[in-house]
Design a protein around this ligand. Sequence first.
Ligand code: ADP
Ligand code: MG
Length: 375
Amino acid sequence: MTFRELYGREPDGRWAAPGRVNLIGEHVDYAQGLCLPFAIAERTVVEVAARDDDRLRLRSLAEDGAWEGALADVGPGSPGGWAGYVAGVLWALRRAGHRVGGIDLLVTDTVPLGAGLSSSAALECSAALAVDELFGLGLGGSIAGRRTLAAACVSAENDVVGAATGGMDQAAALLATAGHALLLDTRDGTARAVPFAPAADGLVVLVIDTRVRHRLADGQYGKRRAAVEKAAAALGMPSLRGATLDEIRTLAADLMPRARHIVTEIARVRETVMLLDAGRLREIGPLLDASHASLAHDYEVSSAELDLACTAAREAGALGARMTGGGFGGSAIALVPVERVAALSDAVRAAFADAGFRAPHIRGEEPSAGAARVS
Ligand code: ADP
Ligand code: MG
């Protein structure tokens, strides 16, 4: 199915936005922490034409169900399903005072869905960039403008779709640059590019998708968030961003390990950035390992599959490995010398087979550019 077959004309253009992998800084984006995602090569592409009324016609080759309605029909919970991610972006931009009209849209390519690579933000951000250009909002050409677009994408996901998301994914999709990770400070929303080009150092970031997502994931996310907020309140602080380990030790036994993860993880992001700025990429492995241990033991968001992916990767020669994303399944990452990739992938697959786990999907990722018009 092509745009022309669907809508009887050619699109005005095509816009793409990447998925992302978080190198380090996990579960800290709701604690005003620091995280360090990078954009990946996989992209979601939308073909879009502006309309001269305020109707939306939305369709995706990756998901069933077309949606058609008026801008005025969009709001919390409407439309349901995948179309909410796109319609929500127009709704949020409009609510922020921008003049946007109707569109015809077809999603033609996609970041793999639900693999922990943030296909939802890629969809929102590709649509946001299209709408920005087609309605002349003038936001896509500057960093400040892209931050405004990212905020609209977060609002679409929080307010229209009703999914909790902290803002890291949308910032990565819109602000990342090739050969760099993006140091994101979620306290003030600022971002800075940090050199990160594994290939130049003979390394690859392998993403090991366990293809498992445990059902307790969503409820546990809310519980961790609540624990972190309770810990900050107990310390009389707006967030755990500025807390010290000495202060954390005074917390009740159920809150202390959760808070300790936040504080130590933020410190690990700083150390990782220091090493990357100094060109010492090969030395970040122990920080990845320590991040995983903290997520597994203090924060308790890992899973048997994620733990096995990391130990098997380390035993087969990874410099470091950790779960990435929300946890309870999803993906792990491993920093691997290029010459070990094949043997290491085989070893991880064999370990999964021995444990009776589903065969993982393993792919190498290189830090790539953020969202852009493609034609
Ligand atoms: P992730 O962002 O980690 O891939 P999410 O659950 O946050 O996982 O988002 C996945 C959802 O986003 C899908 O279930 C679908 O509703 C929507 N989505 C993502 N990409 C597409 C696409 N190309 N076409 C239609 N819907 C999409
Ligand atoms: Mg998502």
